[in-house]
Design a binder for this molecule. Sequence first.
Ligand code: 5GP
Length: 235
Amino acid sequence: MEKEELLYEGKAKKLFKTDQVGVLWVEYLDQATALNGAKKDVVQGKGELNNQITSLIFEALKAEEIPSHFIEKISKTEQLVKSVEIIPLEVVVRNRAAGSFSKRLDIPEGKALPFPIVEFYYKEDRLDDPFINDDHVLALEIATEEEITVIKELARKVNQALIKLFQKAAITLIDFKIEVGRTPAGEILLADEISPDTCRLWDTATDSHLDKDIYRRDLGDLVPVYQEVLARLSK
Ligand code: 5GP
């Protein structure tokens, strides 16, 4: 497999074409960003950690028959994925109140929710990824009604699989964000990454943060925390 031209450079990843139709080459970068890119730093070792954690998680999801874009990890910082048309949604699942949910509704962080809440945000940096509902998704022609149903079911299934996976590592899954894409055949696949960048993970014993809130909230060095998550998931 040959790496070809750069297709896209995001905040934490580069995406390249390959010589194989339908296969893309992803490189994870040593870059941390928050506040829609307003806070940005080079963090040595982060690319490697997120590639390893994401690859491990996508392998575990494959074993649960969750369809994703993931093909294989090919180096410490690189993986191959299926090319999909990314649907411009950030799909958030919440098991406990935290972050923007706690702020918007004045509910203390950590409060258990009666059932997992699925939310949509319109993935548009220019607008700061606004919170939207199913009608907005339909009216803006972001996805069809059938696709919304499939996306929500997929998000809930990912949640159950991740809860189980993190439980074994003594980690509580507070919330997370996924992205999904469409294949040329119209199948919806889980895409992007699942890592401590995209999840809120609390140590089950102490409730300490094991995720990007360390960086967002200036709580310390992110690398040893991500190393801890990888070590616990690898046991
Ligand atoms: P909140 O809406 O509370 O800020 O985020 C909810 C969950 O989704 C958190 O686990 C957070 O990490 C994730 N999330 C939401 N938006 C983004 C985003 O733009 N980038 C990343 N990496 N994660 C996000």
